[in-house]
Design a protein around this ligand. Structure first.
Ligand SMILES: Nc1ncnc2c1ncn2[C@@H]1O[C@H](COP(=O)(O)OP(=O)(O)OP(=O)(O)O)[C@@H](O)[C@H]1O
Ligand SMILES: [Mg+2]
Length: 260
């Protein structure tokens, strides 16, 4: 199986034979995936391949129809986002998981608000807005000037930046980033890619989804390619060039177009 030392260790997270249907659409057709501590997986594939569906199952946003999930070798049920977070899984989604009527700072700390040390049962708003300002500034986002702005007034790219900021602030055992670089400025992209590398240094695993293969290629250890709900490639990055990966995705898409 070409095991090297890293792959001999027990995976942090294992998915086995995962199936998901949306009505008649068979979105995941028996996917297996092992994720190791501190490993960066570049999850690629064309539109509708099942990338978001797979990661949403891991994150507890949607339920699988069948299959098993193991964390450190033990079977786990991930029924909600809270379950996933408790297990150390943090996600920044392609579609937003923000509450429009709340401001930026409150969205970042949603469900993890720090308590005020002086006034019992009160939240520490100063801390939330200060930390929010700091992290957004690090990301090079203009929103750092106004952590009290309601999220509904933000652009798509600005919202995306907030989700990335949240993932950065609450580093977990596994961070899932679904198109985190989309709509970001050049400096923002650089920050996200550096962030992904810094996760690795802290032994935090990451699943990084992007259509920008150059971004994936720059940081991933392993490339996993999905096509129409099936895993068709799972290799160390060094095995293919970014051009070859691009070619594989295009080839797959053309094959399906012809057979359809
Ligand atoms: N909530 C849903 N209801 C119905 N069908 C869905 C739903 N979510 C996903 N699908 C379908 O499942 C399949 C996989 O979709 P998914 O969003 O996982 O693809 P993806 O690889 O993330 O694509 P993209 O790169 O465009 O984000 C597609 O055929 C899609 O139409
Ligand atoms: Mg998607």
């Amino acid at each position: 199986m070409g095991h090297n030392y890293e792959y001999m260790k027990r995976p942090l997270l294992s998915l086995r034979n995962i199936h998901k249907y949306f009505g008649k659409v068979h979105a995941l057709k028996g996917v297996d995936l092992d994720i190791y501590e501190g490993e960066i997986i570049g999850l690629i594939g064309d539109n509708g391949a099942g990338k978001s569906t797979l990661t949403k199952i891991i994150a507890g946003v949607i339920r699988k129809d069948s299959g098993e999930i193991y964390l450190n070798g033990k079977p786990v049920e991930i029924k909600s986002v809270e379950d996933a977070r408790r297990l150390g899984i943090e996600v920044a989604f392609q579609e937003m998981t923000l509450i429009d009527s709340l401001d930026i700072g409150l969205n970042i700390f949603l469900g993890r608000e720090p308590l005020n040390q002086k006034i019992p049962l009160f939240l520490d708003y100063n801390k939330m807005y200060e930390e929010t300002r700091k992290i957004l500034k690090q990301l090079g986002l203009r929103t750092s000037d106004s952590p009290k702005r309601e999220v509904r007034f933000l652009s798509g790219g600005e919202k995306q930046g907030i989700v990335v900021a949240r993932a950065m602030l609450f580093q977990s055992k596994l961070v899932i980033l679904d198109e985190p670089t989309r709509n970001l400025s050049v400096a923002g992209v650089r920050m996200v890619l550096d962030f992904i590398r810094s996760l690795k240094e802290k032994n935090i695993a990451c699943i990084f989804i992007s259509h920008t293969l150059h971004h994936v290629y720059e940081v991933a250890d392993r490339i996993v390619l999905l096509s129409l709900g099936r895993k068709i490639l799972d290799v160390p990055k060094s095995q293919y060039s970014v051009e070859e990966l691009e070619e594989m995705i295009i080839e797959r898409t053309m094959k399906h177009d012809i057979s359809a």
